[in-house]
Design a binder for this molecule. Structure first.
Ligand SMILES: [Zn+2]
Length: 349
């Protein structure tokens, strides 16, 4: 019965998170963490043993403990997160290891109080630099390493350090040759190499293992968690005064009138709705546009939905055998708008 299934699903996500008994033990994360601990040992970090716990997102807050998003602990919660938010940070073993290396950078930074070192400040900047959620980034700036998507090293001095550390510790990555032509980024990596060789066998000077935002203490349900998240991203959207740009109909017409015109006799294949194609592209567009432009998925998602809605209202179509040109055209359009936003703070200057 569909009715009772719907009810069961709704009630499942209405349960308080702390009653779900979410743990790392017994999940796929356990194996990944064991692998990571070996990595940590192999790079010569012997006296810092990070702890891991489930949190609302990836993070380390002046502590030796690394928070892992709770939804990674259960496949149904991962699917739900993908549906509600549009992208998952750590969907695979390789991806989780990537985040762990970055977070360990924060742990090491805290454990040895690196921002107190003069050379750390020279390489990365003062850690007192304000932490801006929206940072004006330069894709492919050769002053920074590339690791997490969205040119994350450019966000803040400590993120720059953590990204540098993550690249430095990645197994099998020959960072000296990879960054040979990027002298500023390379100097940061060399500093990291010297620093871990110097400190790796020493006891940490800071030892708190505080678990910030431990999911076991979250008072609400899964539904409330996502309502809250939607509320705060709606707030960010309003605060940033982002309005979905008017005047994009012309761009859609430029793409689909050329592609889909029924008078176009070069394709006799069946015409398909453009809106469904744009909707289908959403998850990949969110991930890849963020990776290369740094434009946040929570911003790009309303934009892509707006484009799909306009394409629907304009009854735009494309011939089935021209799907690749249609995908490239939509991708390029969204990327260009995202780049405008990253550089100018608005889609349409
Ligand atoms: Zn970070």
């Amino acid at each position: 019965m569909t009715g009772s299934e719907t009810f069961r699903e709704a009630s499942r996500f209405a349960t308080p998170i702390r009653e779900l008994g979410l743990t790392i033990a017994g999940t796929w994360l356990e194996g990944v963490l064991a692998e990571f601990e070996q990595e940590v040992h192999r790079v010569g970090i012997r006296r810092v043993h990070p702890r891991f716990y489930l949190s609302n997102e990836w993070g380390v807050s002046d502590s030796l403990a690394i928070g892992i998003p709770f939804y990674l602990a259960r496949p149904d919660l991962m699917a739900l997160h993908g549906e509600r938010i549009g992208h998952i940070e750590g969907a695979t073993r390789v991806d989780v290891l990537r985040y762990l290396r970055h977070e360990l950078g924060h742990v090491i930074c805290y454990a040895y109080r690196l921002p107190d070192e003069e050379e750390w400040v020279q390489q990365f900047g003062a850690n007192t630099h304000p932490y801006l959620e929206e940072y004006r980034l330069e894709p492919f700036s050769r002053r920074f390493v590339r690791h997490l998507p969205g040119w994350y090293a450019q966000k803040h001095p400590e993120e720059d350090w953590s990204e540098t550390f993550a690249v430095w510790m990645t197994p099998g990555l020959d960072w000296r040759s990879e960054y040979a032509d990027w002298p500023v980024a390379l100097a940061k990596l060399e500093y990291c190499d010297r620093t871990i060789k110097r400190l790796g066998a020493l006891d940490p000077v800071a030892t708190s293992a505080h678990q910030e935002d431990d999911i076991a203490e979250y008072p609400g349900s899964i539904d409330q968690f996502y309502e809250h998240l939607a509320g705060s991203s709606a707030e960010i959207l309003t605060l940033g005064k982002i309005e979905l740009p008017p005047g994009l109909d012309g761009a859609l017409k430029a793409i689909f009138e050329d592609l889909g015109a029924f008078t176009d006799k070069t394709s006799t294949s069946v015409r398909k709705p453009a809106s469904a194609l744009i909707a289908r592209l959403e998850p990949e567009l969110l991930a890849h546009v963020y990776r290369w432009t740094g434009h946040f998925p929570e911003r790009a998602r309303p934009l892509i939905r707006h484009l799909a809605q306009r394409a629907d209202q304009l009854k735009q179509v494309y011939p089935e055998d021209r799907e690749i040109p249609a995908v490239i055209a939509v991708t390029t359009l969204v990327t260009t708008l995202a780049m405008n936003y990253v550089h100018r703070g608005t889609y349409l200057p």
